[in-house]
Design a protein around this ligand. Structure first.
Ligand SMILES: [Zn+2]
Length: 435
């Protein structure tokens, strides 16, 4: 029996219309490129920007100044938008954006830029057709974040292996932009304040000419895209030598540093100011101005947050290998049948094991049920401190063709553990198929 047959969709009242996305947007108005520099400056909120451009002379020549390209960017922060918009000028450009961001101020910006709403990790064939139409017919740049969400831990999120095939199919120039600095300036787990002491340091590269694409295999293209979009922003911070003196710089770290390296307990960490600590064993660390960790009153276990994060990743992999991994929880359920109407569907029961994720709930007097096997999607969509839903929760979830099922776990840090485990199960299942 396929996954879809096992699923029982949420029973909505007739007032709620489900939306499958993907209508190719109309062309932007002629005035949009004139307005964009001002919008971009406003959105940059005074952050300094030091751009490095590699092999970009071609696009700066007068005859090529309107030539469209596929613009692949890494995704760390809201700041990414003004930076790539400015770099694509004087061309018009469209972006793909998650359907959960189409309300409020973001919704207005999406309407202005004629963004394409997508349900994450679904409808890929339609998205490719839309990209092709925008590049070839509208002669506009298409902005795409292959990671499809903000970096959670300062490392590049999984990039789908299919990106090489998409580029090969489009046969259009590809430019990449790696948004170094944006995670340091405003990490997704943070309190929302920008650390403006740190500059935006994007690296823009003309990655593939159509002639190069012709000669390369999809696998070679994918490998090069992954190299160009690779980052570890903790390293960017350390190696820059730039100090962050912001006094609340560690607040929120428990979203990702969820396991105590001293007593090994999970979800017991807390943070405020410049410190993160364990509420169970009382071990405490300071996040220094240079991005290092120092034990307060004890020797530190890890010298940097990224060492701690890699240890957590290895711990999850160990649980999976020894067969002890399981997460069961009662969670707050939110669905998104269309871009305008999030629906609180009440408490749901989730269970994540090597078989995948099962979700059970009850709404509008009817049970609903979903099961997502490990290969359903290559990564889990996770949003921390999201303004998209009431209470700015950290949530994760899945897209269907005409609905999205999100949930807020009972403990902070659990979405990050689920994210680590989902990636590992996906990797192991892919390996098993390849054998
Ligand atoms: Zn502890």
């Amino acid at each position: 029996m396929s996954t879809i047959e096992k699923n029982i969709p949420i029973s909505y009242s007739r007032k709620i219309k489900k939306e499958t996305t993907f209508k190719t947007p109309r062309k932007q108005g002629w005035w949009v490129p004139l307005l964009l520099p001002h919008v971009a400056n406003l959105l940059k909120a005074g952050v300094k920007c030091e751009v490095t451009r590699i092999n970009m002379e071609h696009f700066q020549k007068k005859e090529n100044r309107k030539q469209p390209f596929l613009f692949l960017f890494t995704h760390m922060q809201f700041l990414d938008f003004p930076v790539f918009l400015k770099e694509s000028l004087p061309r018009k450009s469209n972006s793909a954006s998650a359907i959960d961001t189409f309300r409020g101020v973001y919704g207005m910006l999406h309407a202005l830029g004629r963004s394409v709403p997508v349900r994450k990790f679904k409808n890929n064939a339609e998205l490719v057709r839309t990209i092709s139409h925008i590049l070839k017919k509208h002669k506009a740049v298409f902005n795409l974040a292959p990671e499809a969400q903000y970096s959670l831990d300062g490392f590049t999120l999984p990039i789908p292996d299919s990106i090489g095939k998409v580029i090969k199919h489009l046969k259009e120039p590809v430019v990449t932009i790696n948004m170094h600095g944006h995670y340091v300036i405003g990490p997704v787990w943070g309190d929302g304040k920008l650390r403006k002491e740190f500059p935006s340091m994007p690296v823009v590269t003309y990655a593939f000419t159509p002639e190069e694409i012709e000669k390369m295999t999809p696998e070679e293209i994918t490998t090069k895209v992954k190299e160009l979009l690779d980052y570890n922003e903790w390293k960017t911070w350390r190696e820059s030598g730039i100090k962050i003196t912001y006094q609340n710089r560690a607040a929120g770290l428990e979203h990702i540093l969820y396991k105590c390296p001293t007593c090994k307990e999970e979800y017991t960490t807390a943070s405020s100011g410049i410190n993160v600590w364990c509420q169970k064993c009382e071990s405490k660390w300071e996040l220094t101005e240079n991005g290092l960790l120092e034990g307060v009153g004890h020797k530190t276990t890890f010298n940097t947050p990224d060492e701690w994060l890699l240890w957590e990743k290895a711990e999850v992999a160990k649980e999976i290998k020894t067969g002890t991994y399981i997460i069961e929880d009662t969670v707050r359920g939110i669905s998104l049948p269309n871009r305008k109407q999030p629906v609180e569907v009440g408490n749901m029961a989730i269970k994540h094991t090597k078989e995948g994720m099962s979700i059970d709930g009850h709404y509008n007097n009817k049970d609903f049920k979903f099961h997502f096997p490990p290969l359903y999607c290559h990564t889990l969509q996770v949003t921390l401190n999201s303004p998209d839903f009431k209470g700015k929760p950290a949530y994760t979830g899945f897209s269907l063709d005409d609905d999205s099922i999100f949930f807020v776990p009972s403990k902070k840090g659990m979405v990050y553990k689920l994210f680590l485990a989902w990636k590992e199960f996906y990797r192991l299942n892919k390996l098993a198929i390849a054998k």
